[in-house]
Design a protein around this ligand. Structure first.
Ligand SMILES: *[C@@H]1O[C@H](CO)[C@@H](O)[C@H](O)[C@H]1NC(C)=O
Ligand SMILES: *[C@@H]1O[C@H](CO)[C@@H](O)[C@H](O)[C@H]1NC(C)=O
Ligand SMILES: *[C@@H]1O[C@H](CO)[C@@H](O)[C@H](O)[C@H]1NC(C)=O
Ligand SMILES: *[C@@H]1O[C@H](CO)[C@@H](O)[C@H](O)[C@H]1NC(C)=O
Length: 381
C-alpha cells in the first residue's frame, strides 16, 4: 500500500501541475475577456465565486467590488428586512423631541410657547450630561432620561444619541425623532413642523462627500473592509429620523462598533475623527441612500469658516433674519479643502422644492426675549 501510494504520489505531480497551469491560464483568459474594463461589476461571481453570487442574489441592485464579510451580510439582511417592514401606524402619531444638553435649557420658555396647545402630538426627552436641569415649562418636567457625561467630539455623543433614540422608541406613538441641542430654537410653528416631519418618507440626515482634511482626511484604515473611503460621508449631527431608521440604528452593531473603536479624537498619529459627524451620514449613505434627504432641517451658519458656527445674539434676531432662515430652499454643504467648495442640495419634500429649515442654531441665551416676541407675534413663520 505504501509503495502504491508512493508510486501514485511520485508519478502524479507532473500531470497535475500541467493541468493546474492550464486551468489557471484558462481562467485568467476568460476573466480578462469577460470583464468589461469600464464596469468592474460583481458579475465575475458567476463563474468562480459562490460567495460573491450570494452577495449579488441578496442585493441585486447594489454594486459591490468585493465579497461581503459575514458580519456585513448579517447586518445588511437585518437592515433590508427592517426597511421592508412598515412600522405600526398608531392613531395618535407623535414627534419625539430629543434634547442633548449639559444642563438647563436656555430656550425652554420658547419651546413651551412652541408646544403649547399641541398636547398629545409630541413627546420630549432630555439627556442632561452635566447637571440636573431646572425647568420653567411643565412639558419638560420629569422628561430626563438616564444620562452619562458627554464631551465635545467624543464617542459618548453617539452613545447619548442612541440612548435618546432607545428611550423615545419605547413609546409606539413616536413616529419621527428629532435631535436638538440646548442652543437650538424652533423657527416654525408647531403644526408646520409636525406635518413636515410626519407626512414625509425620509429621514433628514445631512450626508455629503468632503474630500478635504475634515472629511475624508479623518478616515482611518482600521474601518476597512466594511467601511471604505469611497463611502465615508460627513454631516451635521443634528438629525431627524423616521421610526424605521431609529430601529435600524438600535439594531446596528457592526458599523457602530467600527466607528466606536476607529473614529474618535486623538487616534494614532494624532489624527482626529468625530463619530457624531460621520457615523450616521456614512451608515445611511451605505445602507439606505434613497431614504435620507442628505440635508438637515436644522439651520446652521458655517460661512465664517471658523471652528464653531456663527452664534446669533439678541441684536441679530430680527423679523427679517428669521424670515430669511425660513425661506431657504436649498441647503449648503461646505467642504474642508483649501478651496472650500460649497455644494448645494435642493430641499425636496414630497417631490417639490420646499423650505429646508424647521429649527436653527446656534443662539446665545440673550436672544430668548426677542425670539419669544417674534414667535408669538408672527403667524407667517
Ligand atoms: C404628495 O404629493 C402627491 C402628488 O403630488 C399628493 O397627492 C400628496 O397629497 C402629497 N402628500 C402630502 C402629504 O402633501
Ligand atoms: C418618497 O416619496 C417620494 C415622492 O412621493 C418618492 O419619489 C420616493 O421614492 C419616496 N422615497 C422612499 C424612500 O420611499
Ligand atoms: C442622497 O444622496 C444619495 C447619494 O449619496 C442619493 O442616492 C439619494 O437619492 C439622495 N437622496 C435624495 C432624497 O435625493
Ligand atoms: C407681542 O407683541 C406685543 C406688542 O409689541 C408685546 O406687548 C408682547 O409682549 C409680544 N409677545 C411676546 C410673547 O413677546
Amino acid at each position: 500500500m505504501m509503495i502504491g501510494l508512493r508510486k501514485y504520489t511520485t508519478k502524479r505531480p507532473p500531470t497535475s501541475i500541467i493541468t493546474l497551469a492550464f486551468v489557471v491560464c484558462f481562467v485568467i483568459i476568460i476573466y480578462i475577456f469577460s470583464t468589461p474594463t469600464s464596469t468592474p461589476r460583481s458579475d465575475k461571481c458567476s463563474f468562480y465565486s459562490s460567495e460573491g453570487c450570494r452577495t449579488r442574489d441578496l442585493f441585486p441592485n447594489a454594486y459591490f467590488s468585493r465579497e461581503l464579510t459575514d458580519p456585513e451580510i448579517e447586518s445588511r439582511v437585518v437592515v433590508k428586512e427592517l426597511l421592508n417592514f412598515v412600522p405600526i401606524q398608531t392613531t395618535t402619531p407623535k414627534v419625539a423631541f430629543m434634547f442633548m444638553t449639559p444642563g438647563s435649557l436656555p430656550f425652554e420658555k420658547l419651546w413651551h410657547l412652541f408646544f403649547q396647545g399641541h398636547e398629545g402630538k409630541f413627546s420630549i426627552y432630555v439627556h442632561a450630561s452635566k447637571e440636573k436641569p431646572r425647568h420653567v415649562s411643565r412639558y419638560f418636567l420629569g422628561r430626563e432620561i438616564h444620562s452619562e457625561p458627554v464631551s465635545w467630539g467624543s464617542f459618548a455623543m453617539v452613545e447619548a444619541e442612541r440612548r435618546l433614540l432607545a428611550n423615545a422608541l419605547l413609546d409606539p406613538d413616536n413616529q419621527h425623532f428629532v435631535l436638538l441641542s440646548d442652543s437650538c430654537v424652533p423657527i416654525r410653528h408647531f403644526e408646520f413642523v409636525y406635518s413636515y416631519l410626519l407626512y414625509t418618507n425620509v429621514s433628514y440626515i445631512e450626508s455629503f462627500l468632503d474630500p478635504g482634511p475634515h472629511g475624508n482626511g479623518r478616515f482611518i484604515e482600521h474601518m476597512l473592509p466594511e467601511v471604505e473611503l469611497k463611502d465615508f460621508r460627513k454631516g451635521s449631527q443634528w438629525f431627524s429620523m423616521k421610526r424605521q431608521h431609529a430601529v435600524i440604528v438600535i439594531a446596528d452593531n457592526l458599523y457602530y462598533t467600527k466607528f466606536k473603536y476607529h473614529c474618535r479624537p486623538n487616534m494614532e498619529g494624532g489624527r482626529n475623527c468625530y463619530s457624531d459627524e460621520h457615523y450616521f451620514p456614512t451608515f445611511f449613505h451605505m445602507l439606505d441612500p434613497g431614504g435620507i434627504s442628505n440635508w438637515s432641517v436644522t439651520y446652521v451658519d458655517w460661512s465664517e469658516g471658523k471652528w464653531h458656527p456663527r452664534t446669533f445674539g439678541a441684536r441679530d434676531v430680527t423679523y427679517n433674519v428669521v424670515k430669511a432662515l425660513t425661506s431657504f430652499d436649498q441647503s449648503p454643504h461646505i467642504t474642508s479643502e483649501p478651496k472650500r467648495t460649497v455644494l448645494m442640495t435642493p430641499c425636496m419634500w414630497n417631490g417639490s422644492k420646499q423650505p429646508c429649515y424647521l429649527f436653527a442654531r446656534k443662539f446665545y441665551p440673550d436672544a430668548l426675549e426677542r425670539l419669544m416676541h417674534l414667535f408669538y407675534n408672527t403667524t407667517s413663520i
